[in-house]
Structures are given as structure tokens and as C-alpha cells.
Design a protein around this ligand. Structure first.
Ligand code: ADP
Length: 455
């Protein structure tokens, strides 16, 4: 069970006075938890069946602006309701918030009670069902990097973001001493998540001052995406509780390393055999794995929109800072967009390194899975591996350079339209184009510094 509470166990905890609040949350286009806090007595009494939200939640941008031009919800349509249906298998304790439990929800059409196709959770569920129909259980792990700051969110709101102070003064990659200083946050995070049913493997310092990483045990794709959004929320909540802040932006400062969300992927059979493993192959990679990887390479450019959804995401793709710039594959090579890990073992897997920590995990996992499954269905041939420093491999397939380019590629992709449905692709392309137009309108501190005196 992905969560760690049944409805009956919650009832007992409510009766015993241990839990008084249930967070009932759906996931929006940005991968954020959006919902309501229920009094636990009302939740166990019947609130667990369903609740409602304004259907603008799957059309707003980061600022909650009512973005025009969507077919699903608009002022013309009067912004009606969606039904929000708790998935009770995700019900869990939230040890870092007093007396609180959490349940994640599906978003349904108010009248038909069908899942709304644009809902990120529905998009991933559809691809997982497709994998299962092909005889595979998709297993994933989405690593998360982020920066930790000494400042609280409230202080940053008052003083502006100019005075951001990273929690460490130096590159803390693998450092134990520096990360000891960060245990007020990281220990609470590991233990809190563990207590909510998320199997944390480890946390570590990352490759710039103030940067951290958290890894959790790979699990089925939907459970992983659910865990990912809870991890992000938990990190912010725990940081806030001790007067600090974190960011999951892909690139928060020009000179700093970007933050990634690498996606580890493997397919298994229902009886628990590793479908990616073939001991007879030189690298232990099965034919299924090679076709899966070939599909991801073939569609890498079309699906980048779902690995890098903002204008800022593309600023992470810089040479020499461990973020890839080329959508090619290589064994154990951190300069490639697709790295093979666990070579020759049952844990052999594809690590897609293109995604930033700002990705929506449901969309990223769904797009990668859809591409891999297409490779298997079409029995695609795997192109030769590239070796060496991929940053300077001239003829290699480029990751799109801007959100505008990624949106255009997604829009024109027949494969993506067939895999996700045209109405879903159009919806997310619209969101991306809105981001582009908003960013083009914005006057930034870069403009000001450059031009104020000298223009
Ligand atoms: P890295 O050096 O990139 O951090 P790790 O060995 O720590 O790599 O593993 C990263 C992630 O890969 C972990 O979250 C782990 O659970 C996951 N992982 C391990 N085996 C598999 C597998 N067969 N399929 C998918 N993910 C896996």
C-alpha cells in the first residue's frame, strides 16, 4: 500500500485524539498540492467520498492567474467545479505536521465522474495502464535536488530575494561535516517522510553551496510521482518550521549549478523479474531495455516540455555543470541525457538526466514511459552509444534550447498527440506559450543592471 493508513486506522487515530486534520489534495499542472484541510471527524464521517474545487485549478499559472484561452475552463464557461476524489490508497500520516494526515486525490468531471484527461495524475495512470496491458510494471525513482537558504520565506517576502543566503559557504557534494550542520532540516525530512510511508534511501550534500539531494527507494511510477510531490511539500514545510527556505527552481542563480530531477526507470514483469536484464548481453541490457531506450531517444526532443516546463528550466542546460545538453545515451556517463546505471546487474536501468527539479513528476514519468513503450511497440533499434565528453560531441542530438522550441516540438509531435491525446498536448503547449509570453513581458534585474546607467 503506498500510504500507511487505512480509513479504519484513521478512524481509530481520530477517536484516540491522535489526528484531527486531514489534508485533501489534488495535483495541479505545476505539480503542487492543491486542496483543503478537513476536520478529521468530518473526513471519516463521509468527507472521504469526494469534495470539489473550482475547475480553474487546471488552467492557472504559477501566480494563480486566470489564464485565457483554455478549452476546459474560462470566464465564458463560468469556471465551474471539478469533483475531487480521494484515492484512499494514498492516505498517510504526516508526522511533521501535528495531528495531521494527508490523502491525494483524482480530479473528475463534475457531471460524468470521468477523470479529467488534463489532470497530471490521470495522464500518468493512463500510461501505467498501457504498460501493464503490455505485460510490464514500470518502476521509477525521481531524485530531487534543491537549495536550502538561511532566510525564511517570510523574510524573503519582506526583504526581496536579493539577500538569499545559502545554508553552506562551499560546494558540499558528499560532505558529511557540512551536512551535519543541516540536520535540523534533513533529519526531520528523512524521518518525517519515512513515517509517512515514503522509503527514504538517503540525503546528501550536492555540487554547490547550499545544494542538497534526497533519494527514495524506486517504486511503481504512480506511487513515485505521489511521493515526489509530497517530498517537495514536506521539504518546504519543514524548512519553514525552522525559519529556513528551500527552492526547487531548476536554476536559481546564473553562476550556481542547476537542480535536477533525474528519473531512474526500469520495467519489471508482474511476477517480479527484471525485464531490462539479460545476463547474456555484454552490458546486461535486454532487448526490451534497448527498445525502450531507443523510444526515449527518438522522442526526447518532443517530450522535453514535460522535463523542463518553464523558461527558467532551460537555463540549467549549461556546459560543465553536470546538467546534460545532449539527448544521447552512454553507460555510466554523467554528461549524457540518458545514462545507463547498474550495468550487468538486475538493477540495470535508464537514468534520464534531462529533467530539472521543477518538473511535474506525473507528466515527466508519463512522457518518458510513453516514449519507451513506443520504442518497444515499434521494436526500435538502439543507436550506438556515445562515449566521452558529450558536451562537446558536435553531431549529437541537442536538447531543445528554449521553452518556445520545446513547446513547438510538442505541438508538432504526432507521436505525443497519439500517446497523450490532442486535447492534453494542446493544453500543456498553451501553458508553455503563456509562460513564454509572460517572461517576455517581464523586466528583470538583469535588464536593469545592464541598462540602467549605460543604455
Ligand atoms: P545515483 O548515484 O545516481 O544517486 P543511486 O544508486 O543512489 O544512483 O540510485 C538512484 C535511484 O535509483 C534510487 O532512488 C534507487 O532507488 C533507484 N533505483 C535503483 N534500482 C532501480 C531500478 N531497477 N529501477 C528504477 N530505479 C532504481
Amino acid at each position: 500500500m503506498p500510504g500507511n493508513l487505512t480509513l479504519d486506522a484513521l478512524r481509530e487515530a481520530v477517536d484516540a485524539g491522535e489526528i484531527d486534520t486531514v489534508i485533501v489534495a489534488a495535483i495541479d499542472m505545476q505539480g503542487r498540492l492543491m486542496g483543503k484541510r478537513f476536520h478529521a471527524a468530518h473526513f471519516v464521517d463521509g468527507g472521504w467520498r469526494e469534495t470539489h474545487c473550482c475547475n480553474y485549478l487546471l488552467t492557472v499559472d504559477m501566480e494563480m492567474h486566470t489564464v485565457p484561452g483554455y478549452s476546459t475552463a474560462s470566464w465564458e464557461k463560468g469556471y465551474g467545479d471539478y469533483t475531487v476524489k480521494p484515492d484512499l490508497s494514498t492516505l498517510r500520516r504526516v508526522p511533521w505536521l501535528e495531528g495531521t494526515a494527508l490523502v491525494l486525490c483524482d480530479i473528475l468531471d463534475h457531471l460524468t465522474h470521468e477523470e479529467v484527461p488534463q489532470s497530471p495524475r490521470a495522464i500518468l495512470k493512463r500510461q501505467v495502464a498501457r504498460a501493464r496491458a503490455m505485460g510490464f510494471e514500470p518502476m521509477m525513482a525521481t531524485e530531487l535536488e534543491f537549495y536550502v537558504f538561511e532566510n525564511s520565506y517570510d523574510a524573503l517576502r519582506d526583504q526581496g530575494t536579493g539577500g538569499l543566503t545559502p545554508i553552506s559557504a562551499y560546494n558540499e557534494d558528499y560532505h558529511i561535516f557540512q551536512t551535519t550542520k543541516e540536520e535540523a532540516l534533513m533529519r526531520s525530512l528523512r524521518n518525517g517522510l519515512y513515517g509517512s510511508g515514503i522509503v527514504v534511501e538517503n540525503t546528501k550534500g550536492e555540487a554547490d553551496s547550499g545544494q542538497a539531494e534526497i533519494n527514495v527507494r524506486y517504486t511503481d511510477a504512480l506511487e513515485m510521482a505521489d511521493a515526489h510531490v509530497i517530498i517537495k511539500n514536506a521539504t518546504k514545510e519543514i524548512a519553514h518550521s525552522i525559519g529556513k527556505s528551500v527552492t526547487f527552481m531548476a536554476k536559481y542563480a546564473t553562476e550556481k549549478a542547476g537542480s535536477s530531477s533525474h528519473v531512474h526507470q526500469s520495467l519489471w514483469t508482474p511476477d517480479g523479474a527484471a525485464a531490462f536484464h539479460d545476463p547474456a548481453d555484454a552490458h546486461g541490457m535486454s532487448e526490451v531495455m534497448k527498445q525502450y531506450l531507443a523510444g526515449q531517444l527518438a522522442h526526447a526532443r518532443d517530450l522535453t516540455l514535460f522535463l523542463a516546463p518553464y523558461v527558467n528550466s532551460y537555463k540549467r542546460f549549461t556546459v560543465g555543470l553536470f546538467a546534460p545538453t545532449k539527448a544521447v545515451w552512454s553507460r555510466d556517463n554523467r554528461t549524457a541525457g540518458f545514462r545507463i546505471c547498474g550495468e550487468g546487474t538486475k538493477a540495470v536501468r535508464v537514468e534520464c538526466r534531462i529533467g530539472g527539479s521543477d518538473l511535474n513528476p506525473y507528466l515527466a514519468c508519463a512522457a518518458l514511459l510513453a516514449a519507451g513503450l513506443d520504442g518497444i511497440e515499434k521494436k526500435m533499434d538502439l543507436e550506438p552509444e556515445l562515449r566521452g565528453d558529450m558536451y562537446h560531441a558536435e553531431a549529437a542530438r541537442e536538447i531543445p534550447k528554449t521553452l518556445r522550441e520545446a513547446a513547438d516540438l510538442a505541438k508538432a509531435s504526432d507521436w505525443l498527440r497519439a500517446a497523450f491525446g490532442a486535447e492534453v498536448v494542446d493544453h500543456y503547449v498553451h501553458a508553455a506559450r503563456w509562460e513564454v509570453s509572460e517572461s517576455e513581458r517581464a523586466v528583470t534585474d538583469w535588464d536593469l543592471r545592464r541598462g540602467l546607467e549605460r543604455a
